[in-house]
Write a protein that binds this ligand. Structure first.
Ligand code: RP5
Length: 191
């Protein structure tokens, strides 16, 4: 895949209150130097904008869309039904993690399970890949794997990332082996 100016990944979310969770997707993509464009698109508050966004993403050459939403969370499914670009949904524990996190969570009654089921149970015809609740970084890593199919350079970076994860666990294990699990977890808490 040749280097280009436009965004390869479109990050969208139903509300600015989803931003704190979705920032983890942007952070992961930034870590790999992959360009993304971030927008708010609400399936129920801005339905016409949703269709416009799907057209825009196709025209801009976006290869993967990461869509985060909470509650009934129809954003990823509706975007998927408007485009052929693969969509990865991030179910958000709405109200629990947003800008108003300090306020009593209004929509967190189902703890994100509502959004998870809305995305993973898309009826046959318009599939949405779905990560765990609030797992925006995983959505980005999955998007990177999709992009890596066409990019040997990105594939290499993902392989180094995997090796770095492996080494970090081995280092941590060695520390635990020396100190024992009780002291190790005390140290971890103190860190
Ligand atoms: C959904 O409703 C959004 O994705 C958000 O998670 C949730 C709450 O939105 P706000 O009331 O915080 O704007 O559409």
């Amino acid at each position: 895949m040749a280097r280009r100016a436009g965004p390869l990944v479109g990050i969208i979310m139903g509300s600015s209150s989803d931003g704190r969770v979705m920032a983890a997707a942007a952070e992961a993509l930034d870590g790999f130097g992959v360009a993304h464009e971030d927008q708010i698109v609400s399936a129920h508050r801005t339905p016409s904008r949703l269709a416009e966004y799907a057209r825009h993403a196709e025209e801009a050459g976006v290869r993967v869309i990461i869509a985060g939403a909470g509650g009934a969370a129809h954003l990823p499914g509706m975007i998927a039904s408007n485009t052929l670009i693969p969509v990865i949904g991030v179910p958000i524990a709405a109200g629990a993690s947003g800008a108003r996190a300090a306020a009593p969570p209004r929509l967190a009654a189902l703890g994100g399970l509502d959004a998870l089921l809305s995305m993973s149970e898309m009826p046959t015809g318009s599939p949405v890949a779905c990560v765990g609740i609030n797992k925006a970084a995983n959505a980005a890593l999955y998007a990177l794997k999709i992009l890596a199919v066409e990019s040997p350079a990105l594939r290499k970076r993902l392989a180094s990332h995997r090796l770095a994860q492996h080494r970090a666990v081995v280092r941590e294990s060695e520390r635990m082996r020396r100190s024992g699990v009780r002291a190790h977890s005390r140290l971890r808490k103190a860190r």
